[in-house]
Design a protein around this ligand. Structure first.
Ligand code: GLU
Length: 277
């Protein structure tokens, strides 16, 4: 029997969790509890250069501290690269991908030059066969990008594409806003959008509950579901928790971590209260 409600929290172990993570995890966890459903924790660690075992261990510790419980075994993306490769191969076989050899710097320069900004740059085109062969032979690294033009041809346009957002209702998907996204990074071999879509389907996720900051990602992911023939979950994009100064909590701003809160004697109950649970 498949559960009617399966949701997940999917952190990347690239740092210690802060209040923003705790909020997101609790929103998903409590939704699963309220629905009598399942709560899954997934470790999104495809980027081996940024992820660290101590952050992953701390993730488990911190989530247990705030009172969460999740199903075992936990899926770690780094152990399932074959699954993502299969999806990538399928998109490639369908003619939906192209190689992009541009460096970050070249892309930044192109954006600066483009009269209409970033969109033009990321609506790229495959290189001429000769040029591509030369770069491949020279061993130049490349990323695989999804061709929006090819995807639109394949689906007869994006008009029929939509997803249910619990706050907004039925939302027409606008994957073109994100441009030709990278689906396989030069360094890592797979990129975020592809791994997420494959895992949400493999894990039978019925409800994706995550922050409003990922709303645009949902449009891209909806397109990938259509191209890969995968089911589309219901989406809920929750508000982002903000600090007293109005800014959202973020790793890069060195937001106080859950470990630090714990070390200075805050209790999980206090933290939950403070966040409005
Ligand atoms: N791993 C992503 C992050 O840390 C979240 C992915 C998702 O919820 O779809 O932001």
């Amino acid at each position: 029997m498949t559960a009617a409600f399966v949701t997940r929290f999917a952190p990347s172990p690239t740092g210690y969790l802060h209040r923003g993570h705790a909020f997101s995890a609790l929103v998903a966890f409590e939704a699963a509890q309220a629905a009598g459903g399942r709560f899954i924790l997934r470790i999104e660690d495809i980027d081996r250069t940024r992820c660290r075992p101590e952050y992953e261990a701390a993730t488990y510790e911190d989530l247990a501290w705030i009172g969460l419980a999740w199903e075992q075994p936990v899926r770690r993306q780094s152990e399932h690269m074959d699954d993502y490769q299969r999806a990538l191969d399928r998109l490639a076989a369908d003619g939906l991908l192209y190689r992009c050899f541009r460096t970050r710097r070249e892309i930044a320069e192109e954006i600066a030059r483009a009269p209409h900004g970033a969109m033009e740059v990321f609506r790229g085109a495959p290189l001429a066969a000769e040029d591509e062969a030369r770069r491949l032979a020279a061993g130049e690294p490349f990323a695989w990008r999804l061709s929006l033009a090819a995807a639109a041809r394949r689906l007869g346009g994006f008009d029929g594409l939509a997803f249910v957002d619990e706050g907004r209702g039925t939302v027409p998907a606008r994957p073109e806003l994100g441009g030709d996204v990278v689906l396989a990074r030069k360094d890592v071999g797979v990129a975020y959008h592809l791994a997420v879509v494959v895992d949400d389907a493999l894990q039978g996720i019925t409800h994706v509950i995550r922050g409003e900051d990922l709303f645009e990602a949902t449009h891209v992911q909806r397109l990938l579901q259509a191209l890969l023939g995968l089911p589309t979950p219901v989406y809920r994009h929750h508000r982002l928790l903000t600090a007293p100064d109005g800014r959202r909590y973020a790793k890069r701003d060195r937001a106080e971590t859950l470990r630090e809160l714990r070390a200075r004697g805050m209790s999980p109950a206090e933290l939950r209260r403070e966040m409005g649970f």
